[in-house]
Design a protein around this ligand. Structure first.
Ligand SMILES: *[C@@H]1O[C@H](CO)[C@@H](O)[C@H](O)[C@H]1NC(C)=O
Ligand SMILES: *[C@@H]1O[C@H](CO)[C@@H](O)[C@H](O)[C@H]1NC(C)=O
Length: 175
């Protein structure tokens, strides 16, 4: 092979990998929003984050938007959490006048798989997926979701005590 042939092949490979990269970018550019959030196991059954909350890998979550009056569903997306408990969803379109919510689908842990009662419109699971309300940018954070443990862990009592202890400490310091 002549030198110029080698150069030609090398630059062709280069060009094709560049096209590959560009196409990969275009793929996520097609989506309006990237929604990210975390899923925990809540061993205290408190439904809020404590020091004892454990990020859950391989948990299945969904996101759905619907029209508030007609209840018509406009979009449904699902995703799984990665090893650090994060999920990542690509969302098509702007959903300004719709109600969008994240929800739990499946836990990988048999002893931490109870889904808290989620009435429709639960404030903690709402997500804003529009650029027309002052929030800009592609990335949106969803509030964390919690699967509940079957049994409350014994450490929870201590954890809650410590949380309550904070105002008391402040009182002492102010005295
Ligand atoms: C999990 O996903 C989050 C959010 O997309 C990301 O920041 C983090 O690096 C991911 N962790 C792993 C181990 O992939
Ligand atoms: C949670 O952990 C942090 C860091 O370890 C600690 O500073 C904090 O006091 C803990 N909070 C409670 C309520 O135990």
């Amino acid at each position: 092979m002549g030198k110029s042939t080698v150069i030609f092949i090398a630059s062709t490979i280069c060009l094709f990998s560049l096209i590959g990269i560009t196409q990969a970018n275009d793929e996520s550019d097609k989506y309006e929003f990237i929604l990210e959030g975390m899923v925990y196991c809540d061993p205290c059954r408190s439904e809020f984050k404590t020091n004892l909350s454990q990020p859950l890998a391989d948990a299945r979550v969904g996101m759905q938007c619907r029209h508030p009056e007609t209840e018509q569903i406009t979009i449904t997306v699902s995703a799984s959490t990665n090893s650090t408990g994060y999920y990542h969803m690509l969302i098509d379109g702007d959903h300004e006048s719709e109600l969008c919510e994240t929800y739990l689908i499946r836990s990988p842990k048999e002893d931490c798989s109870e889904i808290p009662n989620q009435g429709h419109g639960r404030e903690s699971s709402r997500v804003t997926l529009t650029n027309n309300n002052g929030i800009s940018g592609k990335y949106r954070d969803a509030n964390p979701l919690f699967f509940l443990a079957k049994k409350v862990a014994p450490e929870c009592a201590q954890e809650f005590k410590e949380m309550e202890y904070i105002p008391e400490l402040k009182d002492i310091n102010q005295a």
